[in-house]
Design a protein around this ligand. Structure first.
Ligand SMILES: C[S@@+](CC[C@H](N)C(=O)[O-])C[C@H]1O[C@@H](n2cnc3c(N)ncnc32)[C@H](O)[C@@H]1O
Length: 313
């Protein structure tokens, strides 16, 4: 059970922004290895209350052990997608909260356990589901989606320049036989990308794997929905801290926070405001917070992390 190992990113910074206190109520939308949860519990001792979400049962099973001392008294774990955070929180009696954490993306065990089929680094059947009770898998997309659908996903969610060539190569290959494994897919992608482009920018299949993972788990739509609901749950002065790991996630976090903080949108030549909009929030981090050099060195996966924080008025 404790082979579950995930090094928490921006731990102290994230929790400090939430200003934990003993009367506080917090939601961790991405429990994972429970790093942020544990720190929040410690810093809001003795009475701070936490509600934690994960859609991955492996993470929840591990957390039941790690958080055993707090389970009956201060922490509640739910197996749910954070896109349901509003309803689930109310069902659990969390009608208003002081802080919400999102530490997006996948945990290290999801990447590193070969049979989860997330990574081109291990040969396994294509899968990529964070919640293994869902139907949609990467295997299904790669073998059943049209060339046009695949190309669109690679372009939108992977920002992959060679999306058309790759989609065409996949459709051609699967006409002979099903594409079953991460290694088979990685080889097809590699073969479809021009040799010169293969030499830069990391593993040639990185963007395609990211795109499939986002589509399988509907990650960006879930994030949009969850940020809105989390903001509704916040008490005045309450904060959302969101850590993203790629530009598509960061753009959603940034634009959603800006929308919360936006005031009057009337044209500048209107003598008085007609729209009646007032800001509902203040941006706490004008620029995103990045991991220190030390953290980036000791945990290379932290390199792309960006933390943004918003506070409700
Ligand atoms: C980066 S890890 C979180 C690590 C955690 N903060 C820690 O310190 O150990 C992200 C976790 O969020 C979960 N997750 C991602 N998207 C989710 C969603 N839409 N709903 C619920 N859980 C989600 C993943 O299953 C994963 O366990």
């Amino acid at each position: 059970m404790s082979s579950f190992s995930h090094q928490t990113v921006l731990l102290k910074e994230t929790v400090a922004f939430l200003r934990p206190r003993s009367t506080g109520r917090y939601i961790d939308c991405t429990l994972g290895g429970a790093g942020h949860t544990l720190e929040l519990l410690q810093q809001s001792a003795p009475d701070g209350q936490l509600l934690c979400f994960d859609q991955d049962l492996t993470a929840l099973n591990n957390a039941r052990v790690v958080l055993a001392d707090f389970l009956q008294t201060r922490v509640n774990l739910v197996h749910a997608n954070f896109r349901e955070v509003g309803q689930v929180a109310r069902d659990q009696g969390f009608y208003s909260v002081d802080g919400v954490v999102f530490d997006l993306g996948v945990s290290s065990p999801q990447f590193d356990e070969a049979d989860r089929g997330f990574s081109y680094r291990y040969d396994a059947v294509l899968d990529m589901r964070m919640d293994t009770s869902n139907d949609k898998t990467a295997l299904q997309l790669v073998n059943e989606w049209t060339e046009h659908q695949l190309s669109r996903v690679f372009s939108e969610y992977g920002e992959e320049k060679f999306h058309r060539k790759i989609a065409r190569a996949i459709v051609k290959k699967r006409a002979d036989e099903e594409i079953r494994t991460t290694s088979e897919l990685a080889e097809i992608v590699k073969g479809a990308i021009p040799a010169a482009a293969r030499r830069s920018g990391g593993h040639p299949a990185k963007k395609v794997f990211q795109a499939l993972r986002i589509e399988v788990n509907d990650e960006l739509n879930a994030l949009r929905e969850a940020l809105e609901q989390a903001f509704e749950l916040l008490t005045p002065g309450g904060r959302i801290a969101a850590i993203s790991f790629h530009s598509l996630e960061d753009r959603i976090v940034k634009q959603t926070f800006l929308k919360f903080a936006e005031g009057c949108i009337c044209p500048s030549d209107f003598p008085i405001c007609q729209c009646g909009r007032t800001p509902k929030a203040d941006i706490v981090t004008r620029k995103p917070i990045m991991p220190s050099d030390e953290e980036q060195q000791s945990n290379p996966r932290s390199k792309s992390a960006k933390l943004r924080v918003v506070q409700k008025r």
